[in-house]
Design a protein around this ligand. Structure first.
Ligand code: AMP
Ligand code: MG
Length: 498
């Protein structure tokens, strides 16, 4: 179990003063509980993103200090930081689940960076009033997956929360077996979820005032254009819903194009900024199965790969329902949601055309895309390898490596000339290797890295991070990381247990 000792307040005379602001804390006690992280036993570094260290503009050398290790483990609180756990509710697997979190994420506050303010949160830093019987911890296994995937998504150009570091500890944590604890330090402009709004809207008492405070804060900080928008009759809350719908649609188009399954798209795991958030049982597709289910706990397939765009829309309805007291007009709320239905297909087609190397759009593109997907689905062709080989073919003209992926050659032989003709007919050819990654965080790569780390060999985390940060580059000598998954990959079971 977690230690019950409070984190040490770092000495204000000697400790590093990061440029803290604590916007969320200032919203008041309805939104969060001030508390301290619970220290872990003897922390050690497991991995960190030096790219993010640079982007955050942290003091030179600070990240190498014992103080940084203690602070990112939750064992010391830096001066100016006002740690808190925020409260949210949500729908899980389509059912209202009431109050959910934050059960194990502690917000240290917000720091000013050269790229704007960033919240800094420790996931797995101990119990909170919202832990609901959980231990407030995260295990090394799931922390490595979250750390690597956050940075991988960023490398792919997909909006995401970022991960600064993982700190490990030999402190035991009980899941199906006894594992060890880890803390992920993650950053985002805001960690507010759809579920934060639902929390105040689904209350037995009228909490519209708090709902409004939260919406005003998020709009003023992150969607200021909604204040001056003349759409929706100048209704800023409808404009806000419309903007969130649009960002979510664009995010889902990127997930589908890269073959990312989130695995647990509950409304509490939906970012109000349209970021990928909460990496649990996620998976990048190996062979293309449109209905692939990556979450072992999702027996009904609610969050299957091809359901994701519809689920996002369902989740936006839940957000709309929560915002209705502020929007004040059901028809306006419905109109604000409508952008999803136009933006998603447009964004998805645009992403898929890029994957095919087709600049602009032309009649017949949709058919070309659909036919490619049918061929891939029929043979469960590897998603990432197909697109990368097609990119190579786009450069060299050699179709053999693409054809070799199919047993049924007739299908691909009929499709390839159509694709080449479409490509040659365009003035603009999109550089395919810049959109079709060579490296994605496949389950088996994560698993191998986790098993090494469980033996205290953290070199795999660094190697994989380097590849995933620049996944479109060739990285000569690292071909095995870009190869087909081994047979055992299909036996990996990833559940919500983390
Ligand atoms: P998830 O499905 O992982 O997004 O988690 C749903 C909620 O359960 C979140 O609010 C988490 O903070 C909380 N939770 C998950 N695991 C734990 C844990 N070990 N201890 C406390 N809370 C947890
Ligand atoms: Mg979550």
């Amino acid at each position: 179990m977690s230690s019950t000792f409070p984190a040490i307040e770092a000495d204000t005379e000697t400790a590093t003063a990061l440029p803290w602001r604590n916007g969320f804390a200032q919203l008041g006690p309805s939104f969060s509980t001030r508390l301290q992280p619970t220290p872990v036993g003897t922390p050690y570094w497991v991995g960190r993103s030096d790219a993010l260290v640079g982007e955050l503009g942290l003091p030179a050398g600070w990240i190498d200090s014992a103080e940084a290790l203690a602070a990112l483990a939750g064992n010391a609180v830096l001066p100016g930081s006002e740690p808190l756990a925020s409260v949210y509710s949500g729908h899980q697997f389509g059912v209202w689940a009431g109050q959910l979190g934050d059960g194990r994420a502690i917000l240290l506050g917000e720091i000013d960076t050269p790229h704007g303010a960033r919240e800094l949160q420790l996931k797995g830093a101990g119990r909170t009033p919202y832990s609901r019987g959980g231990d407030g911890r995260a295990v090394l296994r799931s922390s490595i997956r979250e750390f690597l995937c956050s940075e991988a998504m960023h490398g792919l150009g997909i909006p995401t929360t970022r991960a600064l570091a993982i700190v490990g500890s030999d402190q035991p944590v009980r899941r199906e077996t006894i594992e060890t604890a880890a803390v992920v330090a993650r950053t985002a402009p805001s960690f507010v979820r759809f579920g934060h709004f639902e929390h105040f809207a689904h209350s037995a008492t009228d909490r519209t005032a708090e709902l409004k405070t939260l919406a005003d804060e998020v709009i003023d900080r992150h969607y200021p254009e909604c204040r001056t928008s003349e759409r929706f009759g100048g209704n800023a809350y409808a404009a806000f819903l419309d903007a969130v719908s649009e960002r979510t649609a664009k995010l889902l188009a990127q997930w589908q194009a890269v073959g990312f399954c989130h695995g647990v798209m509950n409304t509490d795991n939906m970012s109000i900024l349209g970021l990928t958030i909460d990496y649990g049982p996620f998976q990048f597709l190996d062979g293309f199965d449109p209905a692939h289910i990556c979450n072992h706990s999702d027996t009904a397939g609610r969050y299957a790969f091809n359901q994701q765009p519809n689920v996002a829309y369902w989740n936006l309805h839940a957000l709309a329902q929560a915002l209705l007291p502020l929007i004040g007009d059901q028809e306006l709320a419905v109109a604000a949601l409508a952008s999803y239905k136009t933006v998603f297909p447009e964004a998805y087609d645009a992403r898929m055309r890029e994957k095919l190397g087709l600049g602009g759009s032309a009649a017949g593109d949709r058919q070309l895309i659909d036919d490619a997907l049918r061929l891939l689905a029929a043979e469960r062709t590897d998603w990432t390898i197909f697109w990368r080989r097609l990119s190579d073919c786009g450069e060299t003209g050699d179709t053999a490596p693409v054809r070799d992926l199919f047993i049924d050659r007739a299908g691909i032989d009929a499709w390839l000339p159509r694709w080449l003709a479409a490509r040659n007919a365009r003035a603009a050819m999109f550089p395919m290797r810049r959109v079709n990654p060579k490296f994605v965080l496949r389950n088996h790569l994560g698993q191998q890295t986790i098993e090494m780390a469980q033996r205290k060999d953290f070199s795999g985390v660094e190697t994989l991070l380097n590849l995933l940060e620049t996944p479109f580059d060739e990285h000569a000598g690292h071909e095995t990381y870009a190869g087909f998954p081994p047979d055992w990959a299909s036996t990996i079971e990833i559940s919500c247990s983390s």
